[in-house]
Every structure is written in C-alpha cells, then in structure tokens.
Design a protein around this ligand. Sequence first.
Ligand code: CDP
Length: 584
Amino acid sequence: MKIMPMPQDLPEPVLTPNAKTVLSKRYLRKGDDGQPLEDFKTMFWRVAASVAGEEDKYQESSYNSLDLGRSFYQLLVEGKFLPNSPTLMNAGTDLGQLAACFVLPVGDSMDEIFDSIKNAALIHKSGGGTGFSFSRLRPKDSRVGSTGGIASGPLSFLKIFNTATEQVKQGGTRRGANMGILRVDHPDIMDFIRAKERDGELNNFNLSVALTEKFMQSVESGSDYSLTAPQNNQETERLNAREVFSLLVHKAWESGDPGIIFLDRINKDNPTPGLGEMESTNPCGEQPLLPYEACNLGSINLDRFYSPTAEGGIDWEGLREAVHLSVRFLDNVIDLSRYPLERITEMVHKTRKIGLGVMGFADLLFQLRVAYDSHRGLQLGEKIMEFVQRESRSASRILAQERGPFPEYEHSIYARQNLGPYRNATTTTIAPTGTLSIIAGCSSGIEPIFALSFTRQVLDGERLLEVNPHLEEALKNTRSYSDKLMEDVAKKGSIKQMEHLDQDLRDVFVTAMDVPAQYHLKMQAAFQKYTDNAVSKTVNLPFDATQEDVWQIYWMAYEMGCKGVTVYRDGCRAEQVLSTQDGE
Ligand code: CDP
C-alpha cells in the first residue's frame, strides 16, 4: 500500500519505557527475520498517513490529506488519542484489517456452525475479536431431523469454537478473544451458567447470560418463567427466576463468570432495528453489534486535557478539537479497513458504527484532586461523557454533510426522531483499553487505577513495574516524602490506610479496591448515560464480599440503566492480570 512520504519535521513520539516495550514486541512491523522494519516515528506516520489518505476520496472535504496526516500524527504521538490495536498494527499494511470488534451469527445447522468457526478463525488471524450468540442452537438431546440422531447442544459446540481459537494467533501475535452469549430462556441455560466451573475450561471465551426484561420482572415478583426450544418455540420447562438469578450471582461471586447483559435494553438502543436484532457483544462486552457487523474503536486520553488555568481544570476547547479529529479518523478507518468477509464489508458500510471513548479518567481525577468515589467524581464523569457524546455527534453530522449519512440512516431511529443525519449509526463506546493505556501511559478506560504502584503482567508472562506519576509528584511536595515511603507504597499498592499522610491525599489517590462497589457501578452508569454503545467496567469487590453484595450490584445495574455488568471479587481466581508486589 502506498503511503504519503513522511515530512522531515515531525516531532519524535514521547513514550514511556513500558510503551516502547509493548510497541516493539507487538506493533512495529517486522521482517521475515523478526527484525523491525520501522521505528516508533515511522509506525505512527504509517497509521496517521494511511488513515488521512482516505480523505482524498471526498471532494467536499475541508482538509487536504497531508495536513490531516500531520494533525493525526500529532494527536497520536502526544498520546491524546489512540485507535484500537488492529488499526495501530495493520493500517497501511497488506493485511489492512483495522477493527477490534465483530459479531457472527451461529445458525442451527452443521453448515452454519462450522462456517461460523471458520469465519471466526479468519477474523482472529486478522487481529479482531468475535462475539457469538449460541441461542439459536437447539438444546442438547433434542432430535436432529436428517439423521434421527440426538443434538449435542450449544455447550459442546462452544468447546469446538474454543479449541479452534486456541490454534489461531490473533494477527500472528496474540490468541483470539471471544464472547459467548446464551439467552436466559434457552433450555440449556443451567449448564451454560456452570460452564466455566472447572479452571481453564473455555479459557478463550468470556461468557455472558442475556437477561430479558420478562425474566427480570419474574425475578422481582418471584415467579417462574419458561424455557423455550429455539427450533420450534415450544416451552420445555419452567424455572423459578429467583433461583436462576441466585445461581448467576453465586457463580459471579465464586469466579467472576459468567457476566450478564440486559438484552432488551441493548435492543431498545439498536439504531437500525430494520437490519435485525442485536444478539451479542464483542469479547469484552462494550460493543453490541448485529450479526456480521464490525466496529472500530478509539480512545481519548483525558489525562492529557488537564489544564490548571482552564474552567474546572479541563481544556474543553482542546478536547473538542480532539473529539472532532478522532471521529474523522475513525470514519476514515471504516473505508480503509479490509474485512475478512464480503458480508461484513456490506454490513459495516451500511451502519458505519464507530466507538469513540475515553481512557486516563482516573489520572485526570488525580490531577484535579477529585476523589473517584465522590459525588463530584460522578458528576465530572457524566459531564465529560456528555461533552464527548455531544461533540462526537456534531462531528458525525459535519461528516454527513460532506460525505452523506450512513446508508441505513433513512430506516434508522434517528430519522424517525428527526435527529439530523449522522455519518455513523453510533459514535461512542467505552473500551477497556488494556494495551492502549500502556502505550498512552495512562489509567485504563474509566477504571480507577488497580494499584498506585504495581507490576503489570503482559505479553505472555513478562512483567512491567509502574508507579503512578501523579502520586509521585504529589508526595514529593509533602514533608513525608522519602525512599522508604515509596517502597511502602510499592509494597501495599494503596495509601488509604497510611495515617501519617494527609487525609486529602488519601481520599483522592484511591485504587480499584479502595473504591466501594456501589461507586464502581454508579460511575459505570454515569458514563453509560452518554454512551451509544456500552461501557467496559469491572465492579471490584473485596475478598470478603458476600453473595448478597453481588445481588445488590446486579440489581443496581439493572435499575440504573447499565447494559451489562461484570463483577470481580478480589482473589477469587488463581491468575490475575494485575498484581501488587504484596500479591506476588
Ligand atoms: O487496548 P486494545 O486496543 O488492545 O484493546 P481493548 O480496549 O482492551 O479491547 C477492545 C476490544 O478489542 C475487545 O473488546 C475485543 O473486541 C478486542 N480484543 C481482542 O480481540 N483480543 C484481545 N486480546 C484484546 C482485545
């Protein structure tokens, strides 16, 4: 692929040592001998220039592609915005698949099941993650017409998907990630809820149970609900909704698996119901999609928009500019990307969904000296996301004027509501930013930081040590600062219990475990209020949390309008992604 030549006067990227490690291992293009073919600067230019190059297709564009390439480059190397990993890895390369999220249908026949496995393998190979609903598959032990035999059911097929994934490395570098969904009214639901009981089982899948409004009402009233066989819509059994909900709570308390999604709520926000129903999300849950749809994500690093002299300490003007550029970037990515299947290309071009979100929120709160678990913290989360949502829609409207609305617009909910034409059926999603946050050197997504100082286990077991820079700076300005103090912080990961430090600092510099579970959930709901798609968030609970606590969180998530919820009780699984030194 031809890329505009790199101007000589571009600034060098500013990267932390950890960012350099991750980029070198996974993102720089390599030759057959494993040696890098590019450095950090040429990598960022490859991405910026190839995405900006799409601009030339549009005569009405107010940008020329070289200037736009420079603006994109600047945005990336200043760590203000990063697109999802596949875009960083593959933009401007022969592979050219740039989206992180896909949903594939799984039909109730051998042909359709194995087509889906093959298509998933192609997507994983290209760097994307896949979500599937297994709800259309007939339950185990039902009759199979053609042979008179007995069906093996969704769970046994899930295992085949899992094994296939095991053998395909994503983009040649990481193993594929999957989401498996089953409706709560599927006859095999009890087996599904218990599917990950044994350690290591289905380890390439996140599982979520799709809860319906009807089911939630039955939980509330304590009544029974029906399980229905999908192949003939016949009721097979009735279960007590509270007992099933209790089991879900118990399993989430025990191991964090499965999660739950609120399916009817997701479909209420489906912008293009004429194209079908949403039945699954991407692997980490933040992006509900129609079958064969894909979406590319990108995240703005809020930490970079702290400005002590601006209103409320936030550079709103700079943020507005970054949102507008990022939306243009993500819209260009849709066309630049080459999808592994023609049907996916067709779907993606019909709805043109993008998912702009934020990362570095906890770091911004540190700089503003606002506690995550406070009313002000919640208000700020809501205000920032309202701003990002409004500006991203305004950017999408400007693009619609230049390039036309997304083709399904006339049949979308926006046309019915008389909301101006948009270029994109959705604009906002809060991604986990697992690797992006390392590259940008900030806290991930909207999560509080895991620990003020910790070793991060990434890249197949390699460990990276990180100390939060804002805490280090704040402590340097106190009388208590010493090497011994920093060692203590590294050991404990939290300063909440350090009584010799100022109360203000102890209130502001909180970690995920210091934040009460209710506040985790309230923050998720605050961001969801202004997010088109969904919000990736883990509600952390202490080891001694009870099942009653999990029940309450689930119920709050339902009542506060979240689209799903994931809880994690500290220490309930042997292998954790992040650990403080104490926990090693
Ligand atoms: O930070 P990065 O862009 O690598 O990814 P993320 O924000 O942590 O995850 C966003 C989405 O990327 C996930 O929901 C998946 O759809 C996909 N993903 C994947 O396919 N495989 C992974 N190992 C990680 C993420």
